[in-house]
Ligand binder design. Sequence first.
Ligand code: PMP
Length: 993
Amino acid sequence: MPTLPLPSELELVQPTPPELSPADAERIARDAFGLRATARALGSHQDRNFFLDRGEEPPVLLKIANPGTTSAELEAQSAAAARIAERAPGLRTPRSLADPESGGDGATVREIEAGGQRLGARVLEFLDGGTLSGGGHLSPAVVRGIGELAARVDLALADFDAPGVERPHQWDLRRAPAVLDALLPYVGDAALRERVSAAAREAWAVVERLAPELPVQAVHGDLTDDNVVWSDPLTRRPDGVIDLGDLNRGWTVGELAITLSSLLHHDGVDRRAALRAATSYHGLRPLSRAEAEALWPLVVLRAAVLVASGHHVVATDPGNGYAAENLGHELAILEAATAVPLAVQTALVLAATGHEPETLALPSHGPLLGGIRPEEFAHVELGTTSPALHGGRWLEPDAEAAAARAALAAGAAVAATRFGEARLTRSTPFAQEAPANVALGVELALAHPVELLAPWPGIVTAGEDGLELRGDGLVLRLDGAEASALVSAAAPGAGAHVDRSAAIGRAETQLAVRVHRDGDATPPWFAPAAEAAGWLALVADPSPLLAGAERASDSAGDTALPAGTRDARELITRREAVFAEVQEYYFEEPPAIVRGWRELLVDADGRVYLDALNNVTSIGHAHPRLVEAVTEQWQLLNTNSRFNYPAVVDYAERLASLVPDPLDTVFLVNSGSEAVDLALRLARAATGRRDILAVREAYHGWTDLSDAVSTSVADNPGALASRPDWVHTVDAPNPFRGRHRGAEASRYAGEAVAEVERLADAGTPPGAFIAETYYGNAGGIALPDGYLAAVYEAVRRHGGVAVADEVQVGYGRLGEWFWGFEQQGVVPDVVAVAKAIGNGHPLGAVITTKEIAAAYRSQGYFFSSAGGSPVSSVVGSTVLDVIREEGLQQNAREVGGYFRERLAELGERHPLVGAVHGSGFYLGLEFVRDRESFEPATEETAAICERLLELGVIVQPTGDHQNVLKIKPPMCLGREGVDAFVAAVDRVLTTGW
Ligand code: PMP
């Protein structure tokens, strides 16, 4: 297609309107539009904009256009806004008020005289809310929202036309080459200039080929982060579009390219994240294949024009601070847009818009390795679930070589890694970015030297790294290969012409094999999982060249690499089909978690997350000692506790030794709910009473009895209204946000004691009082001093029993204290414990006195089939061994103390942090909208958790307002993990969520 001509130099530099004061604006509003208003100047690049406050009437905007814009163009903008309002209901856009002297013909522009110039003035509706300007983060929902908005605008304007719509314009991507010719000379830095120019040339070559198939229509022309508005500050999901000043005819897909490019300088919005906008756009206005193929080249062209135009403005208008400041953004957009080859990104666009991406295929070929039989071939498994990487071996520097050695030692002649595998050995703990870990080639370890044959005819050259075979439009790279006599005999630099199956070289101990498109730069060895599928446009799987190496990604099909992200979505779909809806899951787009190690979790793509959530995994994920002990016990025996075996006795003795006198008797069950349930049944049996007193906002379990005393509205919004009449509650003694705060919090105890007295007077004294001994469910808040002592005393005075729920907070996590009740200086009558004691294995226990335990006789007898089984008992004892021998309680105290300090520092910089709660490794970071009113930042906390997941940190909200990050990591967490957590939260609080 011939490129459209260059706009004249005059149009590149828009003339600016004269300076106007608010008083001038008020006068124009009155004289030209009959409006009485107070004016306030608003910034604008080209025009003069004033906010007009009209008292009772809704405010409006007075817009005085630059002298380069014709009335016809301004009328076209007014008409386009009216068309969007009509065709896209619910999408806000500022319509123009009719010119009072227009006589009803719909004209909106009034020509005025100012500073000796004739200017077009209009009055527009004022849209309140904010834009997405700046470099802050945009959530996936916001990115999807802006894509939808672009689609709705394009659909609304699809058949729009008006006399002023067609105009030569530097932002019309159809003119990009001419615009760049004019503007690029202003880029002073020659290297940058050449980079921009080369990227634009390559992009234009694609666009030019596709141009005849790209629809053209009236487009907004600048539908960017700066020109969309939201009305809900919590979601910031755009629901309006402003500034139609660049309205023009152009490629419809160019509109989306402009939108996408404006996302790329936002923190944490990478190319993959930006493609969400393309997917959502496509959902409303499907992109043809040609449009999808043109999209990224147009993004690159837009980025090139932005950079060039930015330099042009700075050069011609040195005082323009706004333009100077923007240069950084514009460069960031260009860098992001060109970070991978166009073909790779286009393949990702095609996949994101439901089009089949093109993939590179091998030609017809013979074997590469001479004399290797399929049975001599073995794979080296380095993926996320590889047994070779158990026990944390994936973190060892020579893990890959060790796995290859093991394969050779087992008798293989060739041990090969897998193409397209997301290698765990290339994953990095504590990183905010996903690793580049998907292999785009295959590495071989050889037991003996192997002859290399040309799989297809071509020209072989020997270089520093090894051999290259070029033929059929492909390059086969053989790093580590030595040239054969045939190849060595070729003239230097010319290469040897070889036939299929010619002997081209030899590999001694190692060989790295890659196939890629000829003419491209050598692709990287590894790509991030989210981009790996895109590389299949340039890179082919060399496995078929290797004897016995079946395709690596059997389950992934031919093109989808790797399978992790897809698996995660598919899993959720299957889960939703088979699970009840009430069984919720963490996160909107949960990764498929396939491995754990210490305080780390790994997903199917090999992304490593810091696990700040799993208090159940007290000693860390996949602890080798536990794995070994359990494996051993399973091989020996697993049965029930009516048999006589040592493990259960050993474990019960050890549990009993952990609690003070007179607690000495142990029941073993399978969960916290069961432990609480049994504890309450024991109390009822021992006292002969039915009534139970509990603390509000608590969670104690899901069984009938443990649920009856659970009143956390976060877990069950109707909890308080649906309690049985024998459940009585007292205020949650929250000294931070309860009824009594700070020093006043001592009043909670008196009120709870009064409630005990009231129940006793009413003839229903509580048989049990149950409470968490440290307020876990609210985010780790210590109970007021003396609280449990006072309430236990009152309950016991009236014949009741004190039940401590230590399911979350007990077992060393608090650092300073092994049990929460120690912090309160009390000894309960019954202790319920679970979670941490089994490190994730189903295990719960109740520890009480002989006397209370004996009362259970009145209920029959006690038996739990798997409770205290040999395997469970071995788990319990091993967990205790590890806690003691690895000093995990002490670690919780020291590293937890450091953690708390670092969280407190965050509070000094970020007003959203309302408080830091907790002790040891039971910490709560509470988010509030206002430090005076403590208004909980509920939606913010949920969004922050979603963004933290993207940054490799797993944490969830807790508390009745779901505004506290519950921080309860495995107790092996070290300072590096704390620093990673704090850095990620700091980034989110700084750049948004
Ligand atoms: N008590 C408390 C304080 C808990 O936090 C929980 C679980 N969240 C339970 C009891 C119930 O434990 P489980 O899930 O093992 O049944």
